[in-house]
Design a binder for this molecule. Structure first.
Ligand code: SF4
Ligand code: SF4
Ligand code: FES
Length: 366
């Protein structure tokens, strides 16, 4: 028997057989969670492991011996002695048909990866199951709100498949309840209170709905601006410097230009969450007004450009004068939340080791 390490800190309560392999399961685990630990590739669309399982898309179906119809693995608890098959011809056919039905809701599969973290999930699954996105045609639900007057989120509900991940992440992760579901069937609509634009709602523009949307119906307006820039998208893991929480982010770049930010779903401090600043406030990096030369303040209060050597000498002279006249505690350093972490580290070292004072802070400390 394979005993797998469970990250979810459960107690082992029994065993199930998955595709012929005997594995332990833990208290409260679903079939999907056990299958995922065993590295079975069970497809999902409405599932986001940070959220309560919802059971809407049925794509995660598996066969369980003794149960006539396939069951949704994300909402079915594992129980002692279950014999589960995650991949059979019948299950694959079922999934393919479901995908073809979902695709009738969303026929635009040309979604750029810059749209959001999960934006290509539907397209990838359609390819994987060789599903025909034109098999079922008919009415679509949801009215687009593409002209929502906000600079961050494009809401194109023509691409919506009613998985409600956006609504659930807003409520369960952000605790905001800025969006919800209105009506049913073909009249289903993701909406704000009274159908207002997002900026007139409770929305904090954390971007979590965008990043969990599996179809690109919600798109990162800032990142998508770089869609036509040449080059591939690179992701670089970093930590947001704006406050002391330490949210892990992936910086999206094209040819050394930062074009967007996505939260790291495995970031220990944030698990895919960010605030508006961490998500969208990166324009300063390439802003044309950004200083490229050091400035020295003149006696009349104005600044003049200088070379680094001259500027460093002027700064050293100023610090020395203050320390000699008023003592080391007269010096107080403040690092910028827009500076790299290495620079913030150097500033505290400079103040502590250089002047012997702990009067050092960061503008974004929280
Ligand atoms: S951006 Fe955040 S607060 Fe606004 S609707 Fe999306 S999840 Fe909710
Ligand atoms: S907008 Fe996206 S996340 Fe929200 S229900 Fe539609 S497809 Fe799902
Ligand atoms: S992923 Fe299980 S029902 Fe959608």
């Amino acid at each position: 028997m394979i005993a797998l390490k469970d990250k979810s800190s459960g107690t082992v309560v029994g065993s199930v057989t998955i595709d012929g392999e005997l594995v332990e399961f833990h208290q409260g685990e679903t079939i999907y969670q056990v299958a995922e630990r065993c590295r079975r590739e069970v497809p999902t669309l409405c599932y986001d492991k940070r959220l309560e399982a919802f059971g809407a898309c049925r794509l995660c179906v598996v066969e369980v011996e003794g149960i006539r119809n396939p069951v949704a693995s994300c909402t079915t608890a594992a129980s002692e002695g279950m014999i589960i098959k995650t991949k059979t011809k019948a299950v694959d056919k079922y999934r393919k048909t479901l995908l073809e039905m979902v695709a009738s809701e969303n026929r635009n599969l040309d979604i750029d990866a810059l749209a959001g973290y999960a934006s290509q999930e539907l397209g990838t699954l359609l390819d994987r199951y060789k599903a025909n996105n034109g098999r079922f045609e008919g009415k679509q639900s949801g009215e687009s709100n593409e002209d929502d007057k906000n600079p961050f989120i494009l809401r194109d509900y023509d691409n919506c498949i009613s998985c409600y991940r956006c609504v659930r992440v807003c409520a369960e992760q952000e605790g905001d309840h800025a969006i919800n579901v209105m009506n049913r069937g073909f009249h289903t609509q993701i909406t704000t209170e009274f159908g207002n634009d997002l900026r007139d709602s409770q929305c904090t523009f954390c971007g979590q709905c965008v990043q969990t949307c599996p179809t690109g119906a919600l798109t990162d307006k800032k990142a998508i601006r770089a869609k036509d820039l040449p080059g591939d998208i690179s992701k670089t893991r970093s930590v947001c410097p704006y406050c002391g929480v330490g949210c892990a982010v992936d910086l999206l770049t094209k040819n050394d230009r930062v074009v967007g930010i996505q939260p790291a779903m495995d970031g220990p401090a944030n698990e895919g969450a960010l605030c508006i600043k961490g998500q969208y406030a990166f324009d300063f990096v390439h802003h044309p007004d950004r200083l490229t030369k050091p400035l020295i303040r003149q006696p009349d209060g104005n600044f003049r450009e200088a070379e680094w050597e001259e500027a460093l000498e002027a700064a050293a002279e100023g610090f020395t004068k203050v320390r000699e006249k008023y003592g080391r505690h007269a010096i107080y350093g403040i690092a910028s939340g827009r500076a790299p972490h290495e620079a913030a580290y150097m500033v505290q070292k400079f103040i502590r080791a250089g002047f012997g004072t702990n009067y050092i802070d960061n503008c974004s400390r929280s």
